[in-house]
Design a protein around this ligand. Structure first.
Ligand code: SAM
Length: 260
């Protein structure tokens, strides 16, 4: 059975309140899906849960939707308390990070401009569009918050108090390195996660060129920062971000629930 289309609407959802859909949403329903008058859709807005709704064709190009009944409650949608701090990389790979972070339930995405970040112009409006489409597809009831790009210090300063920073460090664990030793040993991520259950967390991944030794020394000396290794191979930035979020979800997140 084809799934009933799902749309994010930035409007209150209540029985009978007719919602005018924008050009893009109207085009998607009427032209792409070729829905007829009275067709069923599902609406969510990040606040009022998910609602069954009916489409009305206003013209060949414009549609409205009338919410009928709430079918999923927003309550209990703890969402996850996971922030992803990622250094933007090439466009397609960054788009992949945004899409997968949304599917993996990240609550907040922060593009971080580290010393070796090559991509300095960041289109957060584009990121928000990718995240919205991914949220519709992945059956989320909310959208991740996407913050404007920030330098490393500013991004870390903006983290809510008590957030554990999981620093994905490709340098792994070199005790004799200046940033090594007891304070800054990098441990396998699973070992670290076992100690972080129940805590809000932020995962930090670097750019294609990785972190500089100055950034590494700063991060490993920072309070509540947990340097982790993701195995013996060097992963692409997008692979590292997706892998780290997957591990966090499996141990600390909402994957302890059965499917949707
Ligand atoms: N240029 C770096 C090098 O060759 O060592 C690799 C950087 S890697 C492409 C991009 C980011 O992915 C890293 O900064 C780190 O955050 C993460 N990463 C990649 N492999 C990792 C690993 N084995 N352990 C922890 N983090 C890793």
């Amino acid at each position: 059975m084809a799934t009933i289309p799902r749309l994010y609407v930035d409007a209150p959802l209540a029985e009978g309140g007719v919602l005018a859909l924008d050009d893009e949403q109207s085009n998607y329903l009427l032209r792409v899906l070729r829905l007829e008058d009275g067709a069923a859709v599902r609406l969510f807005n990040g606040r009022d849960g998910e609602w069954s709704a009916q489409v009305q064709k206003v013209s060949g190009k414009r549609a409205e939707a009338t919410p009928l009944k709430q079918t999923r409650s927003q309550q209990g949608q703890t969402g996850t308390r996971l922030t992803l701090l990622f250094a933007p990389v090439k466009k397609d790979q960054t788009d992949l990070i945004i899409e997968k972070a949304t599917e993996l339930g990240a609550a907040r995405l922060v593009p971080v401009l580290t010393e070796r970040t090559q991509t300095r112009t960041v289109r957060t409006d584009r990121f928000r569009k990718i995240a919205l489409e991914a949220a519709e597809q992945t059956e989320r009831l909310d959208l991740p918050e996407i913050l404007e790009a920030a330098g490393l210090d500013a991004a870390l300063d903006a983290l809510p108090r008590g957030t554990a920073l999981i620093f994905c460090d490709e340098a792994g664990d070199e005790a004799e390195a200046p940033w090594g030793g007891e304070a800054g040993r990098a441990r396998p991520m699973l070992d670290v996660l076992a100690e972080l259950k129940g805590r809000p967390a932020a995962i930090l991944t670097g750019p294609e060129g990785g972190f500089t030794s100055g950034e590494r020394a700063f991060l490993r000396g920072r309070a509540d920062t947990w340097p982790v290794g993701l195995g013996p191979r060097i992963l692409r930035a997008e692979t590292a971000a997706i892998s780290a979020m997957t591990l966090w979800q499996a141990v600390c997140g909402d994957w302890d629930q059965a499917g949707t």
